[in-house]
Design a protein around this ligand. Structure first.
Ligand SMILES: Cc1cc2nc3c(=O)[nH]c(=O)nc-3n(C[C@H](O)[C@H](O)[C@H](O)COP(=O)(O)OP(=O)(O)OC[C@H]3O[C@@H](n4cnc5c(N)ncnc54)[C@H](O)[C@@H]3O)c2cc1C
Length: 396
């Protein structure tokens, strides 16, 4: 299969250049030019409006998805409490649905959980699909997958979002396989392509060194998981909506697993997701003992302490306090980065913060590019000084 340019038709718009995932198209004398390392994937052929990019391959036709409507969010609950990521996803779903002129729906599975529908309406769901059954009381892969598959096949959503939680990461791929759709895991940004009306799913790729935007033209629903703490929950003025009760048929025999016991972890809970102030340390803190000053500053603010992957690997903080691409995503009012260089993998977890304050002795540290305020200095002097000032003003 070959791809070539019909130069007489090319108007030099560069759409093919922007689309090519391999950087195999360039502009020469105002016309597109295919380079030798072209893989003939055909991405440029699809976007050309001038019929200037041609191929001898059979065109892949985009199916008619006009019957696919609505942005769905999996309303993950455990023991009758909603996981906050579901509310965050409803916030994002509202803007996606507005761009598409479609509705937002939450999908709530469980037993005796109908009371949660009101909260879901309050956070942006126009509809709640409620599937209740004894067998759905605790999350079990096969039971939830079966019910989800049936709902997707019956109601045909356009987009389906899940939290990248333990449950969402288990359920999402299962459902996507059953309904023959793709899934983009761990997205950090979602938007609608204004021209094609399809979901653009952005996530870190190649070890976090690039951000890749993935779109799905050929199957529905367009499925994505998003990590907790990245999107913003948005309250609606009222908490009214449409409750759609769905019929569920499940037998224990077909599920094949039983929950014998649920054991709660008893260690002190670190709640980075809801902290208003986070004081975070990086390698610049120097040692585990050095972290003490950060705990004092966090205490003065009534906040939490977090850190980079490096200091978790050093054993200066437990892993549940790691922020970033492979740690948690946070969105506090204030994020104070102490001795953190600002690597892309760390920044991936902090960009939802309202204000970022960076303390670093290197004025060229990348963290200053994303900080609202920067203090160039030694954190061992700055942090105690800050703690004194904050304690005094809090006292007043
Ligand atoms: C696949 C992958 C996933 C990753 N996931 C994560 C992740 O989830 N989270 C994460 O954080 N990282 C992650 N990383 C690692 C990331 O690439 C960086 O290596 C890491 O974030 C750097 O941590 P740091 O800023 O603490 O250390 P460094 O990059 O070493 O920076 C230390 C900073 O401290 C400053 N400093 C030194 N002494 C002082 C002082 N006395 N006062 C003030 N400043 C001082 C220095 O100027 C420097 O800027 C990941 C990497 C990969 C490849």
């Amino acid at each position: 299969m070959t791809v070539w340019i019909e130069t007489a038709n090319c108007n030099g718009c560069k759409r093919c250049i922007k689309t090519c995932p391999y950087g195999a198209v360039e502009l020469r004398e105002g016309k597109a030019y295919i380079l030798e390392h072209c893989t003939s994937c055909g991405a440029c052929v699809e976007v050309c409006r001038e019929k200037a990019v041609l191929t001898d391959a059979e065109p892949r036709t985009i199916p008619d998805f006009s019957d696919r409507k609505g942005v769905w969010v999996f309303a993950e609950q455990r023991n009758g409490s909603l996981n906050r990521v579901s509310l965050e996803l409803l916030g994002k779903a509202q803007s996606l649905a507005a761009d598409l002129g479609q509705e937002v729906s939450a999908v709530l599975l469980g037993s005796q959980v109908s009371g949660l529908a009101k909260t879901l309406f309050g956070y942006g769901a126009d509809n709640v699909y409620l599937a209740q059954h004894r067998a759905l009381k605790d999350y079990r892969t096969i039971a939830y997958t079966k019910v989800f598959e049936e709902l997707v096949k019956e109601f045909k959503p356009n987009i389906l979002l899940m939290g990248a939680t333990h449950v969402g990461r288990d359920l999402g791929p299962r459902v996507s396989r059953r309904v023959g759709a793709g899934l983009t895991a761990d997205c950090t940004e979602l938007s609608i392509d204004p021209e094609e009306g399809i979901l653009l799913q952005t996530r870190p790729a190649f070890g976090g060194n690039v951000m890749a935007t993935i779109a799905n033209r050929y199957s529905r629903p367009q499925m994505a998981t998003v990590r907790p703490g990245i999107m913003e929950a948005v309250r609606k003025k009222n908490n009214r909506g449409n409750l759609i009760k769905c019929r569920v048929s499940l037998t224990e025999k077909e599920i094949g697993t039983k929950v014998l016991e649920a054991v709660r972890e008893t260690r002190g809970k670190v709640n980075l997701a809801e902290a208003k102030v986070i004081v975070a340390g990086g390698r610049g803190v120097g040692s585990e003992a050095g972290m003490k000053a950060l705990f004092s500053l966090a205490k003065a603010f009534g906040g939490e302490v977090a850190g980079t992957r490096i200091i978790v690997e050093e054993g200066w903080l437990p892993v549940e306090r790691q922020v970033g691409q492979t740690g948690q995503s946070v969105r506090p009012e204030i994020y104070i980065a102490c001795g953190i260089s600002g690597a892309i993998q760390h920044r991936a977890g902090i960009m939802g913060s309202r204000y970022i304050i960076a303390i670093n002795k290197d004025p060229g540290a990348p963290i200053f590019k994303v900080a609202d305020w920067g203090i160039v200095g030694d954190l061992h002097q700055v942090v105690p000084e800050m703690t004194r000032a904050v304690s005094q003003s809090m006292g007043k």
